[in-house]
Write a protein that binds this ligand. Structure first.
Ligand code: URA
Length: 249
């Protein structure tokens, strides 16, 4: 698989900090990206409305598993299954195309996302948008972006395992309703929720995983990429791998 990148896409990658070692477009003969085998109008959301979802972890998954999109949105907005509901401004359901091929899963909302009710709207979100644009994608077209945690942990602390577990039925149902062709897990808690593992991302990336029969590619969280620009090239390889798997779909 190869990606032929035009000037605009190359500029996007430049913004990501990914340098492509390739001849100019006019003289290029070979693929830009190695084969996958080798590569290894934001508006504040409504206030939460409590809905009739059983509180216990034993009963909630069955109720959530039967929900359609509107019921699921309502359930997330009104969720009181863990203490994160006490400190959130908005639950962050996710954004994008309900017929998406791509599901991007992040960790948990930050301050901006909590305020606006939309995932990835801060600096990390800008980088994610650039990464998507480099693949000729955007967050509203063939892409759905969600988080493993729908509510912000206060002071950006790490979520507790219980909080990840209480939110997992929502992500599971989003995957069932979307039936994406590829899931991109960005970050430690996305990985924990989807793959039920604490293995570090560095050990999980570069190969295909699976969730409910959907291929999953693991990569670094955009915030990690902002802090560690040298890992952007690896993330780009992961995105290329995900694109190839999506096409094989
Ligand atoms: N980090 C995430 O994982 N998700 C967001 O929505 C924002 C920051």
């Amino acid at each position: 698989m190869s990606l032929d990148l035009d000037e605009r896409q190359r500029a996007m990658l430049g913004e990501m900090g990914v340098r492509l070692f390739q001849p100019p477009l006019a003289t290029r003969a070979s693929p830009v990206v190695a084969p996958v085998q080798a590569a290894v109008a934001m508006a504040p959301a409504a206030r939460p409305v409590p809905v009739a979802v059983p509180a216990s972890l034993r009963e909630r998954p069955a109720a959530v598993a039967a929900m359609d999109w509107p019921a699921l949105r309502e359930a997330v907005a009104g969720c009181q299954a863990c203490r994160l509901c006490n400190s959130r401004s908005n639950a962050v359901f996710g954004v994008g195309d309900e017929q998406a091929d791509w599901l991007i899963v992040g960790d948990a909302p930050d301050e901006y996302e909590d305020g606006l009710g939309e995932p990835f709207v801060g600096q990390a979100g800008k980088l994610l948008d650039n990464m998507l644009r480099a693949l000729q994608l955007d967050r509203h077209n063939k892409v759905f972006i969600a988080n493993a945690l729908k509510c912000r942990p206060p002071d950006n602390r790490n979520p507790e395992p219980e909080e990840v577990a209480q939110c997992e039925p929502f992500l599971r149902r989003q995957v069932e309703l979307l039936q994406p062709k590829i899931v991109l897990a960005m970050g430690r808690f996305a990985v924990q929720s989807l793959l039920q593992t604490n293995e570090p991302i560095g050990k999980l990336r570069g190969r295909q995983h699976s969730y409910q029969g959907v291929p999953v590619v693991v990569t670094y969280h955009p915030e990690h990429l902002l802090r560690n620009p040298s890992t952007k090239a690896a993330a780009w390889a992961d995105l290329c791998m995900a694109a190839a798997l999506m096409r094989q779909g």
